[in-house]
Design a protein around this ligand. Structure first.
Ligand code: AMP
Ligand code: MG
Length: 391
């Protein structure tokens, strides 16, 4: 049995980023930038009006001032207008500020009288002008290499005129769930059978990482069929098998992988839940064997598969998001493995939820954070703890 840290290090050493590619912005959400990107355009790119109103010279626009409207400046064209004290230019939101103007009075604060306006407020220099570069300067870094592309990153890239972006490679995953007792949802359940929740869970987790599920199949604990399923699965970049990695007579995964010439690098990790975790390599495919118990499958996916997928996708930060919260109960780990306790972050507190057993899927479904308690560690209610989140 090896430590979690060693397991993670070995896995991350064994996997490599897949080849980068250039994708349209519409396909970039959740990918990782393969380049550091700097702004080629300032934001705003030119001084422009924040309001519909009148561009004016502030020093000539005290409350009650009467100004001559000398022209109109709509958004989208630059009419190259120039104003002097005593003048006003009708202007609209986003329109370039005429030369000589140093403020905009909004239309609600001016009264139009034919070719003139009367200003109803004191106007100060700079008011309602969005200055060139005040949001973002040309040359400023807007995206780091390995950074996740989020919805707002896409908007920022588009604002710079980029139609596409170079990102880390695609990662394809195959999923094989095993077990004679396991039945695909949608079919009839006989006595003693259970529905296959792990396959659905793992597909969702893979997608949540930003990788693609190439195939997902269920396989009974049958040597020949498992050989075939694994042979199909290792055509993907990663294969995630669930169930059958333990030591019972029906746990065939390890033997079948060996028979197929796979190199088993890790089997059994000091982690609770999830001890019978397996990692190996077969025909260039990274093979993960996760325990069948749903919570064990979930926890080992997050600790070991998630960082591997992120590395393959070109991410620079392979960690799960973290949050600090006030613990609501005393917790201690008297066992011999670090324990991941499932709980909910609610209003700054971490509340353990549900049965802390590896089959307890309902409790897991109510949780949104994991608290790792090291071997021998005792935590007291009221303490601030760091927890991992995933949603
Ligand atoms: P195993 O790792 O195959 O020994 O399975 C451990 C436990 O997880 C058993 O109670 C199985 O019934 C359960 N289990 C195995 N595979 C799945 C699955 N795909 N979905 C839900 N539970 C499973
Ligand atoms: Mg089984």
């Amino acid at each position: 049995m090896i430590s979690e840290e060693e397991a993670r290090n070995r896995i991350l050493e064994a996997v490599s980023p897949t080849p980068e590619r250039t994708v349209p912005l519409s396909g970039a959400l959740g990918c990782f930038s393969a380049r550091s990107v700097v702004a080629g355009l300032s934001l705003p790119a030119f001084d422009n009006s924040a309001m519909d109103g009148y561009a004016i010279v502030a020093s000539s626009s005290k409350k009650g001032a009467r100004l001559q409207v000398i022209g109109e400046q709509p958004a989208g064209v630059d009419r190259q207008l120039r104003i002097s004290p005593g003048d006003a230019v009708r202007i609209f939101t986003g329109a370039p500020i005429p030369a000589g103007a140093d403020a905009v009075v909004m239309q609600e604060d001016a009264t139009r009288e034919g070719g003139e306006i009367v200003v109803n407020v004191d106007v100060h220099p700079g008011e309602f002008i969005r200055r060139r570069g005040c949001d973002l300067a040309e040359g400023q870094k807007i995206l780091g290499r390995g950074e996740r592309i989020r919805t707002t990153t896409i908007a920022l890239l588009a604002s710079q005129g980029f139609a596409d972006v170079t990102v880390g490679g695609q990662v394809n995953a195959a999923i094989v769930s095993t077990g004679d007792e396991v039945v695909t949802p949608g079919s009839k359940l006989d006595q003693g059978q259970i529905y296959d929740s792990n396959s659905a869970l793992l597909q969702a987790l893979v997608q949540h990482c930003g990788a693609s599920v190439k195939s997902a199949e269920h396989c009974p604990d049958h040597r020949e069929r498992l050989i075939q399923a694994i042979q199909r699965g290792i055509k993907s970049h990663i294969l995630v098998i669930t169930g059958g990695v333990s030591v019972g007579e029906h746990d065939l995964v390890q033997a079948v992988l060996r028979a197929l010439g796979a190199k088993i690098d890790i089997w059994r990790v000091a982690i609770k839940p999830g001890k019978p975790f397996l990692f190996g390599e077969a025909s260039g495919c990274a093979v993960f064997g996760l325990p069948g118990n749903p919570v064990s499958a979930f926890v080992t996916f997050l600790q070991f598969v998630h960082p591997a997928i992120l590395k393959m996708m070109g991410a620079n930060n392979l960690n799960l998001p973290k949050a600090s919260a006030r613990l609501t109960a005393d917790l201690a780990n008297e066992g011999d493995r670090p324990h991941y306790v499932r709980g909910r972050i609610e209003n700054g507190t971490f509340v353990p939820v549900g049965r802390q057993e590896s089959h307890a899927l309902f409790g897991l479904s109510q949780s949104n954070a994991l608290l790792r308690i090291a071997v021998g560690e005792s935590l007291r209610a009221g303490e601030i703890v760091d927890v991992q989140t995933w949603d």
